[in-house]
Design a protein around this ligand. Structure first.
Ligand SMILES: Cc1ncc(COP(=O)(O)O)c(C=O)c1O
Length: 392
C-alpha cells in the first residue's frame, strides 16, 4: 500500500498488513504451525542470529500474528505492535518489560479490576512501587509525578465508570516528568480514539472485546514506537511466552475488518438505550458520553470520535441491582463486553469484587451500579427488555 495516499481507517482495517503468498489467496491465511523450516544448517544459524530475515518459531513471530500486529498498529497510527494472549497479558507485559526493581508506576484508580490488582498487589513483589491517582485529576497526576516515575497507566474511558482523562494534558505532564504514558484503549478502540495522536507513548488493548467483537477468543496488543515495542516489549514476549496464537490472531484480524461498521452500530444502539434510560425518574444516575450531563463531554469532544457502546446506570441499591440483572431476558449475564450480543453486568459483585469496598467506592463503583455493553440487536428490543426488568 506504499504507493497509495494516506488511507481512511475503514480501508486500513480491511487492507493493512496483507501479504498474499505464492498461492495468491484473497483472504488472509492462518498459519497454524509451531515452527518453520530451513534450507540448511547455515540458514538456520543465520536466521537465529538475526543476519537473515525469516520465521523461526511461533512464540517469536508468525505471519498471521504479524499481519494482525501490522494492521492494528496502522489503525492506531503507531509504528509497531506486538500481540499477546489476552488484554491482561498485554498490561503485565508492558509493566514487566519496561519496569525494573526500584522503578515507580503511577496508575489511574479507575481501571479494570485485574489491572488494579496487578498494579497494587503484584508489582510490589518485584520491587516496583505503584501509586494510584484519580484518573481525571491532573493536579493529582502532577503531585504523583513529582517523584521519579517511569510509567503512567490509564484507561480512558474507564471500566466501568466511563471516566476520562485529557490525554494531551496528561502526556504533557508525564513527559515533563520523564515518564511514559500507556493507555488501555479497550473501550474506545482505534476507531473512536487514537491515543498516540494525543501524545501517549503506548496503546494497550484487550482484543478480546470489540476487536474480536463476537465473544470467541482472547487476545491483546501493545502498540507504540518501534524502538520500545520491537525492543524490550517484543524481547519480553519472545522470551517469556505470553504470545498470541495464530488461530486467535486470524480471528482478530478478520474482526478488525468489520470493526468500523460494528463500532458505529454499537455507538448508535448505546445512544438510544442511554437516552431512554435518562428519561426514567427511578434511576440515581445514567452515564453515557452521548448524554448532555456526561461529566467529561469536553474531553470526549476533543479526543473521541463517538460515544462508545458501554453505558452504566445506578438503580440505587444492591437488592434492586440484583433484581434488574436477574430480570432481563435478552441481555446476557456474562463477564465479557464488546460482543454482538448485549451484556449486563454488576461490577461490584463481579469484575471489581476483589477490590476492597473502599477502593470500589473511590473508583465510583457503588452497589447499585449496572454496566451495559450494547450489542448489535435492535435497540427497541433491548429497551423493552430493560423496561420489563426495571418494572419488577
Ligand atoms: C479495560 C480492560 N482492560 C483489560 C481487560 C483484560 O482483558 P482480557 O480479559 O483480554 O485479559 C479488560 C477485560 O474486561 C478490560 O475491560
Amino acid at each position: 500500500m506504499a504507493d497509495l495516499p494516506p488511507l481512511h481507517p475503514a480501508t486500513v482495517a480491511v487492507r493493512a498488513g496483507r501479504q498474499p503468498t505464492r498461492f495468491r489467496e484473497h483472504s488472509e491465511p492462518c498459519f497454524l504451525t509451531s515452527s518453520f523450516t530451513f534450507d540448511s544448517a547455515a540458514q538456520q544459524a543465520a536466521i537465529f542470529a538475526g543476519d537473515e530475515e525469516g520465521f523461526l518459531y511461533s512464540r517469536f513471530t508468525n505471519p498471521t500474528v504479524g499481519c494482525f500486529e501490522e494492521r492494528y498498529a496502522a489503525l492506531e497510527g503507531a509504528e509497531a505492535a506486538v500481540a499477546t494472549a489476552s488484554g491482561m497479558a498485554a498490561i503485565a507485559t508492558t509493566c514487566l518489560a519496561l519496569l525494573s526493581a526500584g522503578d515507580r508506576v503511577v496508575c489511574a484508580r479507575e481501571v479494570f479490576g485485574s489491572t488494579h490488582l496487578f498494579v497494587e498487589q503484584w508489582l510490589s513483589r518485584w520491587g516496583i512501587e505503584a501509586e494510584l491517582v484519580p484518573l481525571a485529576d491532573l493536579d493529582a497526576w502532577e503531585r504523583a509525578l513529582a517523584r521519579p516515575t517511569k510509567l503512567c497507566l490509564v484507561e480512558t474511558p474507564s471500566n466501568p465508570t466511563l471516566a476520562m482523562v485529557d490525554l494531551a494534558a496528561l502526556s504533557e505532564v508525564a513527559h515533563g516528568a520523564g515518564a511514559l504514558v500507556a493507555v488501555d484503549n479497550a473501550f474506545a478502540t482505534p476507531i473512536l480514539q487514537r491515543p498516540i495522536a494525543h501524545g501517549a507513548d503506548l496503546v494497550i488493548t484487550s482484543a478480546t472485546k470489540y476487536i474480536d467483537g463476537q465473544g470467541r477468543v482472547l487476545g491483546g496488543v501493545i502498540a507504540g514506537n518501534e524502538a520500545v515495542v520491537k525492543g524490550e516489549i517484543f524481547s519480553f514476549v519472545r522470551t517469556t511466552g505470553p504470545c498470541l496464537s495464530a488461530f486467535n490472531a486470524w480471528l482478530l484480524l478478520k474482526g478488525l475488518e468489520t470493526l468500523p461498521v460494528r463500532i458505529k452500530a454499537h455507538c448508535d444502539g448505546a445512544t438510544k438505550v442511554a437516552a431512554w434510560l435518562a428519561t426514567r425518574s427511578d434511576l440515581a444516575a445514567v452515564t453515557h458520553p452521548s448524554l448532555p450531563d456526561y461529566p467529561y463531554r469536553e474531553v470526549a469532544a476533543r479526543q473521541m470520535e463517538g460515544p462508545g457502546g458501554l453505558l452504566t446506570f445506578d438503580v440505587g441499591s444492591l437488592e434492586r441491582a440484583v433484581r434488574v440483572v436477574n430480570g432481563v431476558s435478552l441481555f446476557s449475564r456474562t463477564a465479557n463486553l464488546g460482543d454482538t450480543k448485549s451484556i449486563i453486568s454488576h461490577p461490584a459483585s463481579t469484575t471489581h469484587a476483589r477490590l476492597t469496598p473502599e477502593a470500589r467506592a473511590a473508583a465510583g463503583i457503588g452497589d447499585g451500579l449496572i454496566r451495559l455493553s450494547i450489542g448489535l440487536e435492535d435497540p427497541r428490543d433491548l429497551i423493552a427488555d430493560l423496561e420489563r426488568a426495571l418494572a419488577e
